[in-house]
Design a protein around this ligand. Structure first.
Ligand SMILES: NC(=O)c1ccc[n+]([C@@H]2O[C@H](COP(=O)([O-])OP(=O)(O)OC[C@H]3O[C@@H](n4cnc5c(N)ncnc54)[C@H](O)[C@@H]3O)[C@@H](O)[C@H]2O)c1
Length: 399
């Protein structure tokens, strides 16, 4: 195990800050098994955003180019948390320089770039992983456990929706999120999470159908300054076109016969971050709603029929991630999305430090899984382009 690991985060935007904070907290959860974690640099083309984040989260410096981070001898581990179309160049450059890379989802903004990144990861001497943060949410991880242990029985039906409203206001300025091919909008931004979770819980999806996209706000003002995350900010009189989906939906079939549907939106006013997944099995059902992340709904088809129905299970130390994963790890103390980034950073650092898998958090997803996720989203785009036709994922993989 190395004596210490130097960490950098490229991108000081909405999610970059979550990564920066997570590396700071990662050594403070669970047993003290990690090497010394040095918080070295925040890389952002904006010196203002970079230096603010470096100061705020206690990093030694900020850099304004990813190349400076690739060349730095004191950096071993790098999170890439910038716009999706920038992932490939930065990730490939970092891997070529021998850095361990944790790339944000979706792996890229196009399947060809994603495949090239997976090839680069296979050829690299360092570790490359992609961050599907929500798998670290204790409720989602526990529902997966309920499926894997057979408690819910075979999964018959999964319903997922991820409704956000960051783009519901037509005055929200244009940014990288609104540019790209069909499927690079709400589907890639939030649907990538949900598609990953549907497979994380229910197994491989074999086919999608009923793909449908809608761009309901076709034009937006250009910003006057830099746009971070979902922030509003001052806008100019100039208008730019929205190229991708504000809304997306599709149905799917699992390889083992179960069925389901996913609906995502960035224009669902009142739903800032409503990720909801309902899993219906042969022996019972479980539900999760990110608005109440410290509980799940559970019903089991047992006992007198008159007493059946959903109950609220409060998540605590007997559920995944919580025992030792919070400074105060009692039931109902509260946790949410930021803890997911902590567990993700911890899992990545454990792998880089070569700690045994059996005593570590579950490893982060591979770039091959990132490619698979993008193939799934690509199949939805193909289904939408073909009027909702069925598109087989397996055929796509072998094509
Ligand atoms: N896991 C999650 O929950 C989650 C949440 C939000 C975003 N994301 C993902 O994180 C990534 C970034 O999203 P975001 O919302 O944080 O973006 P953002 O627009 O808020 O921030 C991007 C930052 O990158 C900087 N930047 C632009 N070009 C750069 C370059 N060449 N080198 C270095 N920095 C550069 C910008 O100045 C900005 O500060 C995306 O891939 C997105 O899908 C994941």
């Amino acid at each position: 195990m190395p004596a210490s690991l130097g960490v950098a985060v490229i991108g000081a935007g909405m999610a970059g800050r979550a990564h920066a904070a997570a590396y700071r907290t990662a050594p403070t959860v669970y047993a003290s098994t990690l090497p010394d974690i040095r918080l070295v640099s925040i890389g952002d083309v904006s010196p203002e955003f970079g230096s603010l984040a470096a100061r705020r989260f206690g990093y030694e410096r900020n850099d304004t180019s990813w190349q400076a981070i690739a060349e730095a001898d004191d950096i071993d581990v790098v999170s890439v948390v910038v716009a999706n179309h920038l992932h490939r160049e930065i990730v490939e450059g970092l891997l070529a320089a021998g850095k361990h890379v944790l790339c944000e989802k979706p792996l890229s903004d196009g399947i060809d770039d994603a495949i090239a990144m997976a090839d680069a990861a296979r050829a690299a001497t360092s570790i490359a992983r992609v961050g599907f943060t929500y798998r670290r949410s204790p409720g989602i991880a526990y529902i997966r456990d309920l499926v894997r242990s057979g408690v819910l029985g075979r999964v018959l039906h999964v319903s997922g929706r991820y409704w956000t409203d960051y783009a519901a206001d037509p005055h929200i300025p244009i940014s990288w999120r609104f540019k790209g091919a069909p499927g690079s909008g709400a589907l890639a931004d939030v649907g990538s999470h949900l598609a990953y979770i549907a497979e994380f819980i229910g197994g491989d999806i074999a086919e999608v159908s009923g793909g449908r996209f809608a761009t309901v706000i076709p034009e937006r003002p250009k910003p006057l300054g830099a746009v971070i995350g979902h922030e509003h900010g001052a806008v100019s009189d100039e208008i730019d076109s929205v190229e991708n989906d504000d809304y997306a939906a599709f149905s799917f079939s699992f390889a083992d016969g179960g069925a389901g549907a996913i609906e995502v939106s960035r224009v669902a006013s009142g739903h800032a971050n409503s990720l909801i997944i309902e899993v219906f099995g042969e022996k019972g059902s479980a539900t999760f709603d990110f608005r109440t992340p410290t509980e799940i709904g559970l019903t089991l088809n047992e006992g007198p029929a008159a007493q059946r129905g959903f109950r609220r299970v409060l998540l605590g130390p007997d559920h995944p991630y919580i025992r030792g994963g919070l400074a105060m790890d009692a039931t109902t103390v509260g946790f949410g999305q930021n803890e997911g980034f902590v567990y993700q950073a911890r899992a990545f650092l454990e792998e880089v430090a070569r700690l045994p898998e059996e005593t570590s958090l579950p490893r982060c997803a591979s770039f091959d899984e990132g490619v698979h996720n993008m193939r799934l989203l690509g199949a939805v785009a193909e289904s939408a382009a073909r009027g909702g036709a069925s598109v087989s994922i397996r055929q796509e993989v072998s094509a």
